[in-house]
Write a protein that binds this ligand. Structure first.
Ligand code: HEC
Ligand code: HEC
Ligand code: HEC
Ligand code: HEC
Length: 209
């Protein structure tokens, strides 16, 4: 009985995906035919319709084991934002991309297959764009070369500003991995990006350079 209702809901999940998010299919995040993913499903390594994990915040019906790594953070003399350990959505990404938690550690099982090569960031984030920072109007003023996220269109929707469409957390001020990346590849821009970075269009959405 339990197994039946679970697979029914999974079918609903997959159908939703085909109508709303068709580009996930065939993307780097389509794991359905990979040998480590014995479920044969697309969403299940990351989400579950029931009994989702509440260990991490901003984790919608989360089904993947969480990283417990401590990271070495980006730092620079010209940064105005305050850096801290990764939080929110970024921790979901790092739960595969820091190479410490197996890809097939989902749904309560412990797996053995890990990301390798360039997609394994490890715990050294010193050479990566800062994440989990608060990007507010005040930060833009302090920096002088950032657009005000509360009044600048993101370009991702007709009327949404950067804070509406690209920032996370309850105050919509957190810059995370998902500020630049679309985990579901909805727009099909390559590199799982939220928009094309041709002529650095992604970068100059926020940076006034
Ligand atoms: C590789 C992991 C991964 C896979 C696979 C994945 N998701 Fe997600 N999903 C996430 C993450 C991370 C978030 C958190 C917010 C974000 O980054 O957009 C999310 C957010 C969501 C949300 C809430 C926010 C939104 O975008 O509406 C829904 C609904 C969702 N996913 C549905 C799905 C469905 C349906 C599938 C399968 C077709 C799927 N996801 C596959 C990682 C994944
Ligand atoms: C369930 C594990 C898992 C989660 C969670 C996950 N990823 Fe991935 N991701 C992968 C795997 C596996 C690949 C393919 C790696 C490879 O081929 O080397 C990948 C590839 C990528 C790529 C490369 C895309 C390309 O076209 O080459 C990007 C970018 C990426 N992930 C970003 C993210 C971001 C951002 C998040 C969180 C919002 C996230 N991932 C969450 C497992 C995951
Ligand atoms: C400021 C924007 C930005 C942020 C924040 C960001 N990325 Fe990226 N990321 C990019 C761009 C741009 C690329 C290159 C995409 C391309 O052209 O294929 C990239 C590439 C990648 C790749 C592919 C690397 C490779 O060598 O194949 C992965 C994996 C990835 N990002 C994961 C993440 C994760 C995980 C986070 C959060 C910890 C993150 N990114 C945060 C912009 C960003
Ligand atoms: C969603 C908004 C956003 C996007 C998109 C974005 N950035 Fe950033 N970036 C920021 C914020 C906010 C900071 C923190 C600035 C500060 O605190 O001084 C930052 C920091 C940086 C820094 C470090 C600055 C320093 O003083 O050390 C560099 C370099 C940078 N970004 C380059 C890029 C590049 C290149 C891209 C495109 C691949 C990009 N950014 C995309 C918002 C963004």
């Amino acid at each position: 009985m339990k197994i039946r209702s679970l697979s029914f809901l999974t079918v609903v999940f997959v159908l939703l995906a085909f109508t709303a998010n068709a580009q996930l299919t065939g993307s780097a995040h389509d794991f359905h035919s990979l040998t480590w993913n014995t479920s044969g499903e697309i969403c299940l390594p990351c989400h579950t319709p029931h009994n989702g994990s509440t260990t991490l915040s901003d984790a919608p019906l989360w089904n993947h084991a969480a990283t417990s790594s401590t990271f070495t953070l980006y730092s620079s003399g010209t940064m105005n934002a305050t850096m801290g350990q990764p939080t929110g959505v970024s921790k979901l990404c790092l739960s595969c991309h820091d190479g410490s938690v197996a890809l097939d550690s989902y749904g309560g099982t412990s797996g053995t297959t890990y990301v390798t090569g360039g997609t394994n960031f490890g715990t050294d984030l010193t050479n990566d764009h800062p994440i989990s920072i608060s990007y507010t109007a005040a930060l833009a003023t302090a920096d002088g070369e950032l657009h005000d996220p509360t009044t600048t269109l993101s370009g991702l929707s007709t009327t949404g500003n950067i804070d509406d469409d690209m920032l996370f957390g309850t105050a919509h001020d957190k810059l995370e991995c998902s500020s630049c990346h679309d985990v579901h590849n909805s727009g099909n821009h390559g590199g799982l990006l939220v928009k094309s970075n041709a002529a650095s269009a992604l970068c100059i959405t926020c940076h006034n350079k």
